[in-house]
Design a binder for this molecule. Structure first.
Ligand SMILES: Cc1cc2nc3c(=O)[nH]c(=O)nc-3n(C[C@H](O)[C@H](O)[C@H](O)COP(=O)(O)OP(=O)(O)OC[C@H]3O[C@@H](n4cnc5c(N)ncnc54)[C@H](O)[C@@H]3O)c2cc1C
Length: 417
């Protein structure tokens, strides 16, 4: 074994949340050990899925601050300028346009794989981050002033001892480490899955996203390229397995039946179809002495509102701000007060986003005709009343708590009153 390596933080899990946090920490001058069981070291070979991420406007600003935005290939980014929300009856319609609140775009559609690869490209260039991958954390001990562990490479050829002031758990929705450390959660299985893929149509997508609610849940189309869409289709598990293997023609027909000619004719199924089981889970506490949980390890939501990663980015931004303040004042960054401040600041929004997405599913994925009438009245009210629509737009863009500069400006954003 080599001599012990000293870090400020150990981040266990280098998915979208862990890798974004590591990059933000490195920008703020912290030394970081990033550990992942998967092999992510080589940019361009990320095993991350090709499913779409609808990145909010506020997340775009965070990417820009991290120097990540300019590394994203322009051809892989599609702006989302408006979203249309409809119920299966098509009677109610809400149109959320960025221009209604004076912006050019609500956000962007980018593949998770593309974001992940560029995160690792930036991390590889950083001298403050050491990546251990594929590797596993073992022999963890946490005392009053220090976190210590070993990192064993997956081929078990090498073991490295590490010390740090904080351990961050970022190992995703099935977090083994949070379980081992006694974190408990509230959870609910939706008994449904998201089938994701890419399709092409014979009409330009006008950079418009569609959120159409059918009996089984939302069916989302996010614009990609000129005439394409990323599909996120909530289905009962059996139906998702069936639609995963039917022929491309049968799949496109099923989609056409729901959308009729609203977006043109679906002409091509591009790439493979992937299925994700869906559930809600939220940890009751996000911290322990010298331990913080982030990302899906902390909360896993239904993708209906495209919030999981966007919320994680707001969490990591706030965590880094708190830690930098403690360090600059000469205080211990891993002291309980610092971690508690993070938990107190994040808990309200995490619970609110969780309840919002869970509530949407309860209200919209419902067969009853009285619920359907109420839904349509609700959609009409939102469409007609400008302040309510504006509030929803700001939430969709992730700007409800912040007054950010436009994408063209460089300064950090401030908290609004
Ligand atoms: C269909 C679908 C669509 C979505 N759409 C959106 C969207 O439009 N917008 C949005 O904001 N969010 C969206 N999300 C949510 C978003 O994908 C997640 O919130 C985000 O990927 C969470 O990142 P994470 O890093 O916390 O977890 P993960 O991406 O799960 O990463 C966890 C990492 O930990 C590693 N790991 C696991 N176990 C260990 C271990 N024992 N030791 C070390 N490492 C380990 C894994 O290899 C992985 O790299 C969507 C989710 C789904 C399912």
């Amino acid at each position: 074994m080599h001599s012990k390596l000293e870090f400020d933080l150990i981040v266990n899990g280098g998915g979208l949340a862990g890798a974004s946090l590591a990059l933000d920490l490195a920008h703020s001058g912290f030394r970081v050990a990033l550990i992942d069981v998967e092999s992510y070291q080589i940019p361009g070979r990320s095993g991350m899925s090709s499913r779409a991420i609808a990145l909010t406007y506020s997340s775009g600003i965070i990417f820009r601050r991290l120097g990540l935005w300019e590394h994203l290939p322009v051809d892989d980014i599609t702006a989302i300028r408006q979203t249309e929300v409809t119920d299966s009856s098509m009677k109610g319609l809400v149109q959320l346009r960025a221009s209604d609140v004076g912006y050019d775009e609500l956000g962007w559609n980018i593949e998770a794989r593309v974001i992940h690869e560029q995160l690792y490209r930036c991390l590889d260039e950083s001298e403050s981050v050491s990546i251990f991958s594929p590797a596993e954390l073992t022999e963890l001990t946490i005392d009053d002033s220090l976190v210590s562990c070993n990192v064993v490479s997956r081929n078990e050829e090498s073991t490295q001892a590490l010390n740090a002031k904080i351990l961050v758990i970022a190992d995703g929705g099935k977090s083994g480490l949070a379980d081992r450390l006694g974190f408990s959660d509230r959870r609910r299985d939706y008994d449904s899955c998201a089938l994701v893929c890419r399709v092409e149509t014979d009409r330009p997508n006008r950079q418009t996203a569609y959120e159409h609610f059918v009996r089984t849940g939302p069916l989302a189309l996010l614009p990609t390229g000129d005439c394409g869409y990323s599909v996120v289709w909530t289905l009962e598990p059996k139906e998702s397995e069936r639609l995963k293997v039917v022929t491309s023609e049968q799949f496109l027909e099923a989609l056409q039946e729901i959308f009729s000619d609203r977006v043109g004719k679906f002409v091509e199924l591009a790439g493979e179809r992937q299925v994700y089981p869906l559930r809600y889970s939220m940890l009751k506490e996000f911290i322990r002495p010298r331990v913080v949980v982030i990302g899906n390890a902390m909360h896993t939501f239904h993708p209906v509102a495209g919030q999981g990663f966007n919320l994680a980015l707001r969490e990591t931004t706030e965590l880094v701000e708190i830690l930098a303040r403690y360090r600059d004042r000469g205080w211990d960054i891993g002291c309980y007060d610092a971690l508690e401040e993070y938990q107190n600041r994040r808990k309200r929004e995490s619970l609110a986003v969780g309840s919002f997405t869970d509530g949407l599913i309860r209200i919209f994925a419902n067969d009853s005709s009285s619920q359907s009438r109420l839904r349509n009245i609700g959609l009409d009210v939102i469409q007609a009343i400008a302040p309510i629509k504006r509030m929803l737009l700001m939430r969709t863009m992730g700007l409800h708590r912040l007054s950010p500069p436009s994408m063209g400006q460089d300064s950090k954003y401030e908290e609004s009153a």
